[in-house]
Design a protein around this ligand. Structure first.
Ligand code: PAF
Length: 308
């Protein structure tokens, strides 16, 4: 099976790297030339979970045109870039290519479907955490399940095949018939952790060490739960507040993707995480004051990158 990973930052490299390590034919696609050049010249360096190693049998390119088709396209670009990235990846799509999104945030399924058609799309969530340390170098900082599902809720042959491929790469996989519930479940975790780490500079695990941050984590999650309930989303996770605290502990050493973004003065996913919940809250008449504060604070951080 030929696999391409669209958006090969920390998470794209983790999935692509582990699949290549299992002997699969993987091409990483990323616009960052220095990173792509480093991977092609020296391999992909991985440290952390699984031990320090260099994965050599992996290719990297800067544009989708350089990939000659694939059977599975795994999308890991920032949710704010999904439409643009998928448009550029049209050339990779063959009649039997499936697209798997494991991205954070709301709206990715809709944006990918608008480009390739919803029958091509499989969605899911990942419990893994990874940090980009520099060109060609990542740290696998936290691990969890990868849960995937078809948009029509069917557990079909294609879903099983993609699940088996991921398992070959050493990922523990669950197949789900409730993909929107999954996405909202993951969104809720990101709502509780990401913006708070970006604002405080803390690693995930530290958020539950202080009553002040723990209170905000719980409040942000409770607001999102109320929005999900108003939308009729059936969440897969029993107690979202406890679950989010558990993920923070399990990924204690991880610097969340949003903290990594603000540290590197990059655009964050705040608009598709806390911002999306605020927007949906307005639509459904559910108050979301904590999420609004987090959204505003991270937005101002982004706007003042050049001033600090
Ligand atoms: O965005 C992230 O960093 C991750 O989704 C998570 C689970 C918060 C771990 O860092």
């Amino acid at each position: 099976m030929k696999i391409a990973v669209l958006g090969s930052g920390a998470m794209g490299c983790l999935y692509g790297g582990k699949l290549a390590e299992a002997g699969l034919d993987v091409t990483l696609i990323d616009v960052w030339k220095e990173h792509v050049d480093a991977i092609n010249a020296h391999g992909l360096s991985v440290e952390g979970i699984g031990g320090d190693r260099v994965i050599k049998n992996i290719k990297a390119v800067t544009t989708p045109e350089e990939v000659k088709g694939c059977d599975l396209l795994i999308v890991f670009v920032k949710a704010t870039l999904t439409s643009q990235a998928m448009e550029s990846a049209r050339c990779i799509m063959g009649p039997h290519t499936s697209v798997l999104t494991l991205q954070n945030g709301l709206g990715n399924v809709e944006k990918i479907s608008a480009v390739v058609g919803k029958e091509k799309v499989i969605a899911g969530v990942t419990g893994h955490g990874s940090t980009l340390l520099g060109p060609g170098k990542i740290r696998h900082a936290g691990q969890g399940n990868t849960v995937i599902g078809e948009l029509n809720g069917k557990i079909d042959e294609r879903l099983e095949a993609v699940g088996s491929v991921l398992e070959k790469g050493g990922f523990s996989v669950t197949l789900s018939n409730n993909v929107m519930g999954l996405i909202w479940g993951k969104l809720i975790v990101n709502i509780g952790i990401n913006a708070l780490t970006a604002v405080t500079g803390l690693k995930n695990g530290r958020l539950v060490d202080f009553p002040e941050t723990e209170e905000l984590l719980c409040g942000a999650v409770e607001e999102a739960m109320a929005v999900a309930k108003a939308k009729g989303i059936s969440l897969e996770i029993g107690d979202p507040v406890e679950h989010t605290k558990k993920v923070a502990r399990l990924t204690a050493e991880n610097r969340s993707s949003m903290l990594q973004d603000v540290s590197n003065k990059r655009k964050t996913e705040i608009s598709v995480i806390n911002g999306a919940v605020v927007e949906e809250g307005v639509q459904y008449g559910v108050p979301t004051p904590i999420n609004k504060v987090l959204y505003n604070l991270v937005s101002v951080k982004e706007k003042t990158y050049n001033e600090v």
